[in-house]
Design a protein around this ligand. Structure first.
Ligand code: AR6
Length: 201
Protein backbone atom coordinates (compact mmCIF):
# COMPACT_ATOMS: atom_id res chain seq x y z
CA UNK A 1 0.00 0.00 0.00
CA UNK A 2 2.91 2.35 -0.60
CA UNK A 3 1.71 5.20 -2.81
CA UNK A 4 3.76 5.87 -5.88
CA UNK A 5 4.58 9.43 -6.83
CA UNK A 6 2.01 9.12 -9.61
CA UNK A 7 -0.65 8.41 -7.02
CA UNK A 8 0.27 11.43 -4.94
CA UNK A 9 0.05 13.79 -7.90
CA UNK A 10 -3.61 14.16 -6.96
CA UNK A 11 -5.71 16.30 -9.20
CA UNK A 12 -2.76 18.18 -10.60
CA UNK A 13 -1.73 17.18 -14.14
CA UNK A 14 1.79 16.03 -14.92
CA UNK A 15 4.21 18.77 -15.86
CA UNK A 16 5.03 19.29 -19.49
CA UNK A 17 8.60 20.37 -20.14
CA UNK A 18 7.51 22.60 -23.04
CA UNK A 19 4.79 24.40 -21.14
CA UNK A 20 6.96 27.37 -20.41
CA UNK A 21 7.23 28.05 -24.12
CA UNK A 22 3.47 28.39 -24.46
CA UNK A 23 2.59 30.34 -21.35
CA UNK A 24 3.99 32.91 -19.04
CA UNK A 25 6.30 30.85 -16.83
CA UNK A 26 4.91 31.96 -13.50
CA UNK A 27 1.47 30.54 -14.20
CA UNK A 28 2.87 27.05 -14.63
CA UNK A 29 4.28 26.15 -11.28
CA UNK A 30 0.87 24.82 -10.17
CA UNK A 31 1.41 21.79 -12.43
CA UNK A 32 4.42 20.81 -10.36
CA UNK A 33 2.74 21.20 -6.98
CA UNK A 34 0.68 18.64 -5.06
CA UNK A 35 -0.73 18.12 -1.65
CA UNK A 36 -0.73 14.58 -0.25
CA UNK A 37 -2.08 13.52 3.13
CA UNK A 38 -0.33 10.71 4.95
CA UNK A 39 2.87 9.28 6.36
CA UNK A 40 5.86 10.83 4.58
CA UNK A 41 7.94 7.67 5.20
CA UNK A 42 5.79 5.85 2.62
CA UNK A 43 6.50 8.20 -0.30
CA UNK A 44 8.47 7.03 -3.31
CA UNK A 45 10.01 10.36 -4.15
CA UNK A 46 13.56 11.68 -4.58
CA UNK A 47 13.62 13.48 -1.24
CA UNK A 48 11.52 13.71 1.89
CA UNK A 49 11.96 16.58 4.33
CA UNK A 50 12.45 15.80 8.00
CA UNK A 51 11.50 18.33 10.69
CA UNK A 52 14.50 17.67 12.92
CA UNK A 53 16.15 19.41 15.87
CA UNK A 54 19.61 20.99 16.00
CA UNK A 55 21.22 17.74 17.18
CA UNK A 56 20.00 15.81 14.09
CA UNK A 57 20.03 12.75 16.35
CA UNK A 58 16.31 12.01 16.23
CA UNK A 59 13.34 12.91 18.37
CA UNK A 60 9.56 12.61 18.39
CA UNK A 61 6.97 13.46 15.75
CA UNK A 62 7.98 13.04 12.13
CA UNK A 63 11.66 12.86 13.12
CA UNK A 64 10.97 9.75 15.20
CA UNK A 65 8.86 8.23 12.43
CA UNK A 66 11.61 8.79 9.83
CA UNK A 67 14.37 7.38 12.05
CA UNK A 68 12.25 4.32 12.94
CA UNK A 69 11.40 3.62 9.30
CA UNK A 70 14.88 4.33 7.91
CA UNK A 71 16.71 2.23 10.51
CA UNK A 72 19.78 2.65 12.74
CA UNK A 73 22.12 3.40 9.84
CA UNK A 74 20.44 6.80 9.49
CA UNK A 75 21.50 7.71 13.03
CA UNK A 76 25.07 6.63 12.24
CA UNK A 77 25.21 9.00 9.26
CA UNK A 78 23.47 11.79 11.19
CA UNK A 79 26.15 11.61 13.90
CA UNK A 80 28.78 12.49 11.29
CA UNK A 81 26.92 15.72 10.42
CA UNK A 82 27.53 17.27 13.86
CA UNK A 83 24.16 18.96 14.08
CA UNK A 84 22.44 21.67 12.06
CA UNK A 85 21.56 25.27 13.01
CA UNK A 86 17.93 26.39 13.03
CA UNK A 87 16.86 27.50 9.55
CA UNK A 88 19.45 25.38 7.74
CA UNK A 89 19.28 21.91 6.15
CA UNK A 90 21.52 18.87 5.58
CA UNK A 91 20.84 15.74 3.53
CA UNK A 92 21.50 12.04 4.11
CA UNK A 93 20.81 8.77 2.41
CA UNK A 94 17.31 7.42 3.02
CA UNK A 95 18.30 3.81 3.93
CA UNK A 96 15.12 1.73 4.32
CA UNK A 97 12.76 4.49 3.14
CA UNK A 98 11.43 4.27 -0.42
CA UNK A 99 12.80 7.76 -1.12
CA UNK A 100 16.38 8.42 -2.28
CA UNK A 101 17.39 11.17 0.15
CA UNK A 102 16.25 12.68 3.43
CA UNK A 103 16.69 16.44 3.77
CA UNK A 104 16.82 17.28 7.46
CA UNK A 105 15.91 20.83 8.36
CA UNK A 106 15.54 22.47 11.74
CA UNK A 107 12.50 24.69 12.08
CA UNK A 108 12.17 27.49 14.64
CA UNK A 109 10.72 26.85 18.08
CA UNK A 110 7.66 29.10 18.02
CA UNK A 111 6.76 31.55 15.27
CA UNK A 112 9.75 33.00 13.48
CA UNK A 113 8.90 33.54 9.83
CA UNK A 114 12.43 34.39 8.68
CA UNK A 115 13.82 31.15 10.16
CA UNK A 116 10.96 29.12 8.68
CA UNK A 117 11.47 30.81 5.30
CA UNK A 118 15.14 29.89 5.56
CA UNK A 119 14.24 26.21 6.12
CA UNK A 120 12.25 26.02 2.88
CA UNK A 121 14.92 27.89 0.92
CA UNK A 122 17.71 25.72 2.35
CA UNK A 123 15.85 22.54 1.36
CA UNK A 124 15.27 23.84 -2.17
CA UNK A 125 18.97 24.71 -2.52
CA UNK A 126 19.84 21.08 -1.66
CA UNK A 127 17.23 19.82 -4.15
CA UNK A 128 18.87 22.02 -6.80
CA UNK A 129 22.47 21.13 -5.88
CA UNK A 130 21.76 17.37 -5.78
CA UNK A 131 19.69 17.62 -8.98
CA UNK A 132 16.72 15.95 -7.30
CA UNK A 133 13.53 15.81 -9.36
CA UNK A 134 10.95 15.64 -6.61
CA UNK A 135 10.65 16.59 -2.96
CA UNK A 136 8.00 16.18 -0.27
CA UNK A 137 7.89 18.85 2.43
CA UNK A 138 6.27 18.19 5.79
CA UNK A 139 4.63 20.95 7.83
CA UNK A 140 7.87 22.07 9.48
CA UNK A 141 7.61 23.42 13.06
CA UNK A 142 3.82 23.00 13.31
CA UNK A 143 3.88 20.07 15.74
CA UNK A 144 6.07 19.96 18.80
CA UNK A 145 7.65 23.33 17.87
CA UNK A 146 4.25 25.03 18.04
CA UNK A 147 4.09 27.22 14.91
CA UNK A 148 0.51 28.22 14.04
CA UNK A 149 -0.56 25.90 11.20
CA UNK A 150 -2.10 28.61 8.98
CA UNK A 151 0.78 31.01 9.40
CA UNK A 152 3.31 28.23 8.74
CA UNK A 153 1.48 27.15 5.58
CA UNK A 154 1.51 30.75 4.40
CA UNK A 155 5.28 30.88 4.82
CA UNK A 156 5.73 27.46 3.18
CA UNK A 157 3.72 28.27 0.06
CA UNK A 158 4.96 31.83 -0.28
CA UNK A 159 8.59 30.72 0.02
CA UNK A 160 8.34 27.85 -2.47
CA UNK A 161 6.55 30.10 -4.97
CA UNK A 162 9.09 32.89 -4.53
CA UNK A 163 11.99 30.44 -4.95
CA UNK A 164 10.50 29.07 -8.17
CA UNK A 165 9.94 32.59 -9.50
CA UNK A 166 13.49 33.61 -8.66
CA UNK A 167 15.09 30.35 -9.94
CA UNK A 168 12.95 29.56 -13.03
CA UNK A 169 15.57 27.41 -14.76
CA UNK A 170 16.25 25.31 -11.67
CA UNK A 171 12.54 25.11 -10.83
CA UNK A 172 11.80 23.66 -14.28
CA UNK A 173 14.16 20.81 -13.45
CA UNK A 174 11.99 19.92 -10.44
CA UNK A 175 9.10 17.79 -11.60
CA UNK A 176 7.17 17.74 -8.36
CA UNK A 177 6.97 19.51 -5.03
CA UNK A 178 4.62 17.70 -2.67
CA UNK A 179 3.25 19.31 0.47
CA UNK A 180 2.84 16.24 2.67
CA UNK A 181 0.22 17.08 5.26
CA UNK A 182 -0.64 14.81 8.15
CA UNK A 183 -3.53 16.46 9.98
CA UNK A 184 -7.04 17.26 8.74
CA UNK A 185 -6.62 20.90 9.70
CA UNK A 186 -3.58 21.15 7.42
CA UNK A 187 -5.54 19.56 4.55
CA UNK A 188 -8.09 22.36 4.91
CA UNK A 189 -5.46 25.07 5.21
CA UNK A 190 -3.46 23.91 2.17
CA UNK A 191 -6.61 23.39 0.10
CA UNK A 192 -7.51 26.99 0.83
CA UNK A 193 -4.07 28.51 0.29
CA UNK A 194 -2.69 26.43 -2.62
CA UNK A 195 -4.89 28.11 -5.28
CA UNK A 196 -3.81 31.49 -3.96
CA UNK A 197 -0.07 30.84 -4.28
CA UNK A 198 -0.25 28.42 -7.22
CA UNK A 199 -3.21 29.44 -9.37
CA UNK A 200 -3.92 26.95 -12.11
CA UNK A 201 -4.26 29.58 -14.81
N1 AR6 B 1 4.47 11.95 8.06
C1 AR6 B 1 4.16 13.23 7.74
N2 AR6 B 1 3.94 14.20 8.65
C2 AR6 B 1 4.05 13.85 9.94
C3 AR6 B 1 4.39 12.55 10.37
C4 AR6 B 1 4.61 11.57 9.36
N3 AR6 B 1 4.93 10.31 9.65
N4 AR6 B 1 4.42 12.53 11.74
C5 AR6 B 1 4.12 13.78 12.14
N5 AR6 B 1 3.89 14.58 11.07
P1 AR6 B 1 6.71 17.59 14.40
P2 AR6 B 1 8.23 20.11 14.61
C6 AR6 B 1 3.54 16.00 11.02
O1 AR6 B 1 6.24 17.74 15.80
O2 AR6 B 1 7.03 20.83 15.06
C7 AR6 B 1 10.90 16.30 17.07
O3 AR6 B 1 11.08 15.80 18.37
C8 AR6 B 1 2.93 16.64 12.23
O4 AR6 B 1 1.54 16.36 12.29
O5 AR6 B 1 7.14 16.25 13.95
O6 AR6 B 1 9.09 20.74 13.55
C9 AR6 B 1 12.21 16.83 16.48
O7 AR6 B 1 13.32 16.04 16.87
C10 AR6 B 1 3.19 18.10 11.95
O8 AR6 B 1 2.24 18.57 11.01
O9 AR6 B 1 7.94 18.60 14.07
C11 AR6 B 1 12.26 18.21 17.04
O10 AR6 B 1 12.78 18.20 18.35
C12 AR6 B 1 4.56 18.09 11.27
O11 AR6 B 1 4.77 16.72 10.87
C13 AR6 B 1 10.81 18.65 17.05
O12 AR6 B 1 10.05 17.44 17.13
C14 AR6 B 1 5.71 18.52 12.14
O13 AR6 B 1 5.52 18.10 13.48
C15 AR6 B 1 10.43 19.34 15.78
O14 AR6 B 1 9.12 19.84 15.90
Amino acid sequence: DIPTLEECYGEYPKPNKDDHKKHAPNALWSKRISMWKGDITKLQIDAVVNAANESLLGGGGIDGAIHRAAGRELLVECRTLRGCPTGEAKSTKAYRLPSKRIIHTVGPIGENSSKLTSCYNSVLEIVKDEKLKSVAFCCISTGIYGYDNRNAADVALKTVRAWMDSHPNEAREIERVVFCVFLDKDVQIYETLLPHYFPKD
